[in-house]
Ligand binder design. Structure first.
Ligand code: ADP
Length: 258
């Protein structure tokens, strides 16, 4: 896409754990204004990659550049102004209202116990409005449905005003219309605000329709490209196809023989 710039570059990246290398030789980049979807079989290393890019775990080798600077050179607070993270797991937060949780998105600017300025409050209200959850703003987090809670976590990431947002399976546990709505919302944020959004998902057909770029993680490495490129290269077929399931590269559809 023209006008979009590279915001994350992975160079010869090796990820995994002390006891185990999960993937290596990862060379790929993410661009502003683009929705990049990370797909691949269970256990391929999607969460490991996501956690490594968000600095929750150390890489084993290679480099991760965020806007040209190595991730490990970022002080915590500066990184919190660059990357917003939305995890799938239910937040262990109780007795906090939706508005208060979204306001936590401002903590990289105010400090955790810092007071919100009028400007911070305006940004929080704007994030809540953008996600369409104004009617929920006084509700307690523990009383929300999974889909509503997911929207609140996305609103918090928006209030954080980071150029990059990483989401670990944001569409898991959502009903089908909510999955589509969430993906459309994230796509809109890329298009209208130039954000770089990186998410992992198992919603393959939705990804094929809406992603600007796909990272397919399998067999210990990553193939990246537009959905069309990833399909034409045969990489998607090798991920999807097995007895009774074929991937139609032209129509970009999964077909099941009955
Ligand atoms: P995915 O998200 O694609 O399902 P994960 O990143 O969760 O895959 O896991 C990738 C591999 O790393 C798996 O083989 C998993 O068993 C292993 N793994 C995950 N967490 C740890 C850990 N804390 N220590 C060692 N191995 C782990």
């Amino acid at each position: 896409m023209s006008g979009n710039k590279e915001t994350i570059r992975l160079e010869n990246l090796v990820i995994g754990y002390e006891t185990k290398t999960v993937a290596e030789g990862i060379n790929a980049s993410l661009n502003s204004g683009e929705l990049t979807c990370l797909i691949g079989p269970n256990g391929a290393g999607k969460s490991t990659l996501m956690r490594t890019i968000c600095a929750f775990q150390k890489k084993l080798g290679g480099s991760i550049f965020i806007e040209g600077k190595e991730l490990s050179d970022y002080p915590d607070k500066e990184l919190a102004r660059k990357i917003g993270v939305v995890l799938t797991h239910r937040p262990q937060i109780q007795n906090m209202s939706v508005e208060e949780l979204v306001a936590l998105g401002r903590s990289p600017y105010t400090g955790f116990f810092g007071r919100l300025t009028e400007e911070d409050k305006r940004i929080v209200a704007e994030a809540i409005d953008m996600i369409g959850i104004t009617s929920l703003k006084d509700r307690m987090i523990q009383n929300l449905s999974d889909g509503e809670r997911q929207k609140v976590m996305i609103a918090k990431a928006i209030a954080q005003q980071t150029p990059l947002i990483c989401l670990d399976e944001p569409t898991a546990f959502l009903d089908f219309p909510s999955k589509i709505e969430t993906m459309q919302l994230l796509k809109k944020l890329c298009r209208e605000q130039g954000k770089t959004i990186f998410l992992s998902t198992h919603d393959l057909e939705l990804t094929l329709q809406i992603a600007d770029r796909i990272f397919l993680m399998q067999n210990g490495t990553i193939t990246s490209g537009t959905p069309q490129e990833t399909a034409q290269s045969g990489a998607l077929s090798s991920f999807i196809e097995r007895e009774g399931i074929i991937f139609d590269k032209l129509q970009m559809r999964v077909k099941i023989s009955r």
